[in-house]
Design a protein around this ligand. Sequence first.
Ligand code: GLC
Length: 547
Amino acid sequence: MVNQSKWWQKAVFYQIYPRSFSDSTNNGIGDLQGIINKLDYLEALGIDGIWFSPFFPSPQEDYGYDISDFGSINPEYGTMKDFDDLLKKSHKKGIKIILDLLLNHTSTQHPWFLESKKDRINEKRDWYVWRDGRGKNGKKEPNNWNSMVGGSAWEWSEERKQFYLHQFLTFQPDLNWRNPDVQIAMFNHIRFWLEKGVDGFRLDIIQTLFEDKYFKNNPPSWRFFPSHNSNETMFQKPKYTQFLPETIELCQKLRELVNSYSPERMLVGEAQGNLQMIKPLYGKNNDGLHLSFNFKFGGQSFSASKFRRVLEETELLLEEPYWPCYVFSNHDTERLISRQKDDKEKAKLLAVLLLTIRGTPFIYYGEEIGMLQTKVPKDKQLDPISKIKIWGIPLGFLYGRDGCRTPMQWDDSPINAGFSNDPKIVPWLPIGQNENKNVRNELRDEKSMLTFFKKLLKVRKQNESLQIGQLSISRDSNSNLLIYERSFQKQQLTIFLNFSRKKQNIVTPNKKSKQIFSTKLFEEQKEISGKITLQPYEGLIIESMKK
Ligand code: GLC
């Protein structure tokens, strides 16, 4: 049992991709005022916190993940006054705000980089990772390090006649975290936002902050594609570029920094790798990041035993006082319901899993209305990753992130789905299938995905067991079922998840049991006991009082 539960353990977070949420200025691009206009919707939905993808000044080569100024708002999205307003109004509704913190890199247009690349004697010369090249003319990459998205992690600068490191795309040069001045400057930025009152940060590709100081070559690997079990990719093990001890130490320093603020703030890491790699980010004594995303849910096929295995593995590694953090979708992955071929019953079952398991859940905007991955035609694709060529073939052929970033579907209007105030405005990315997947219709429909999400979020909020209760996973012999218990004080809840398309029989744990939620029935709570039948893909929550 969690004795002193924290707000970020109880909270359900909702990720907003600001460019795609709501456009108040009719320019086809979402903005902060647009988000403010939708705060009532978010409050009614029942979420507790919002993570915003970046809205800072940026040349938008990676749509905000290439920052040119950490301390202000991109005018496309509004002003600092709008941000202050958004923060104040969210807090008034009890909604926490966490920002995206990019510590690994800046944009090549950041004034620091513009200065750093000029020559080798300027004040910012060591703010990025610069290195002489090899070979006769010094134009061969300094070592074999690959970027996470393919190809060498080194880019030649004609101006400085040296290579700079970029663990992600070429226009995202890595900051040199071994330089104390960089640490001071970045920590000051963090303080700036903490002093404004933000409740925490999501830390972008946090595993890549430090690299080997001797620049040793990375060892080879057989893997080409990354997976949820490994961070090896493009035939390389990122041994000297990811999860270095210095990076782990920095997570602890970040924790110290946020710990000096009150009320309590929260850090959640984004790191690609398996759980064994991710756990050290939490710190040896749970004194590093509060949370780190567990992306494993996203990679599972629809099977009770597969999900059980993820839960068991996570529970083993992140037992109390460590706290897991699960997520199905975000702005880099295919949308959850599309992975289930638009099967709403399967999507609902997975939502019950996400919102009833021990850990902090993150929902991606649109997930609550069952928004699908949008098929973005080739000539409308904007994601820089889909444009990367590997062996001459654009990666967009296999992978692209535009389809999960299309405008939030507020209504069924044909041009922009109510994303802009003016229905004639064409948004920055095409809209998805919105005839029957939109907020306006779903609010009116008792059986919609949105109504389902609202009810489930309410049940979670009303039952502390679901937020902070102890978890015990059952080893039921029926391989179609995933069953677990959450208990807190006198309450005991049992969650039954039927992963099969056939009915399954179960027995309630106690004579005096009450059904408090089902994906199938939208009726009031009811007494339930003995043998009962689960409908295909049904998710059921039953309460039984401890004696
Ligand atoms: C993270 C972000 C992704 C971005 C990359 C570089 O993985 O989620 O959208 O492109 O980092 O900042």
